[in-house]
Design a protein around this ligand. Sequence first.
Ligand code: GCU
Length: 440
Amino acid sequence: MRKIKAVLSVSLLVLAVSGCENIGQLRYLSNVSLDPNGDPAQPAVLAEFEGDAAVNSADEWRDRRASVLREAFQRDLYGYFPDDSEVVVGDVQLIDDDAYEGLATIELVPLTIRTRFGEGEWVERTIRLVLAKPKAATTPSPVILKMDFCPFNETFRHDGLPNGEIEVILPERTGNSNVSCAITGFSPLDRLASYALGRYHVSPPIEEMIARGYAFAAINVLEYVVDSSDFGRKQLELLSRGHDGNAAWGAIAAWASQFSRAIDYLDTDEDLDTNRTAIYGHSRYGKAALVAGAFDDRIDAVIAHQSGRGGAALTRSVVGEPIVEMTATYPDWFSKAYTKRAKDSPELPFDQHQLIALLAPRPVLLGHARRDKWSDPNGAFRAAQGADLVYGLFDSEGLTAERLNEFDPDADIAFWIRPGTHGEVKEDWPAFLEFLDAHF
Ligand code: GCU
């Protein structure tokens, strides 16, 4: 009996800790309320903003307000994207023409991303994109593009794909880093962690996507900018040579741009339907997915799961991760200028409902878990409510839910919440695919 109790408490601890990066986050594990509570999103989304008059129509939103907001989000939070970017496509390598029991092909595509700020010099980095396409398709397939830090062989569950060893290029040296999602092992601890974060964190149900007619593509963020305040920041500086370093992009914007560069390539593949491109990101990559969608109109649908502060949740919300804590723990995520000033004055002239509104009228799913208060589901619901009026301008119903658990896959702003903690679990992907099926 004692043994069972001990195993149970260890399991619960692993379960809890694996969703949190520090022990202080454990206080965020209580169930969140399913009723929207807290202040409505401010500033009002259609009101005058930074000298731009109140918006009354979809045209005014598209032609005037969208660019004012994109400027504000870069200037004050995420940092500036490069002025020019292009992609040079390497040799497409067919890894398997008979994958997933003969249902799909798998290709690996090297993409050299070239960027420059102003008239500065071009800087380039090569990343890889892996793409699984349904063989049965007779017309171009919609595609789901996922960003993560998991090695390709783990994401696609295929031995012919590269493992987590990647080259990290820094100004002063070049080295290798070997990353694994670390929860695919078979030790009891691996299994517990895997149970907690969800096996779908490593690998989504690709067979199910293929069966429903989707192609699935993945990129690994670490190949462009590693997720570290030290190396990551140095790489960002390298990638923004020639630009005022304080205002240049932080990691979230750099990751977001990878979605766009991957789409530069996906749009050239005739097997894919460029009008049905969905992007998916979890947590920090959920933040990046929202930013990518807000800045790149070619993205037709966004699924941002547990994106939290700096993502879908209102910054002015008082529940969950404080923005000041985030900029202290992850000083590489936002522009250097914002990270510096956030400790004393984290206030922003806008809030995240205005980022979600930049997606209008394209469908977006905001995913959550009831015991993931850290990512502030309630703050994200109020952000969705705040963005809703802009969807209305485009004659879209926007958010139909009145409570957090009224999942409506047909809605253009779909809100998903399930029991449990931070991670990607069994019930998440069926909901995500139901949402995509409804819109595509
Ligand atoms: C941390 C961070 C969150 C982030 C999360 C994740 O918990 O504080 O902002 O969303 O990591 O990426 O899993």
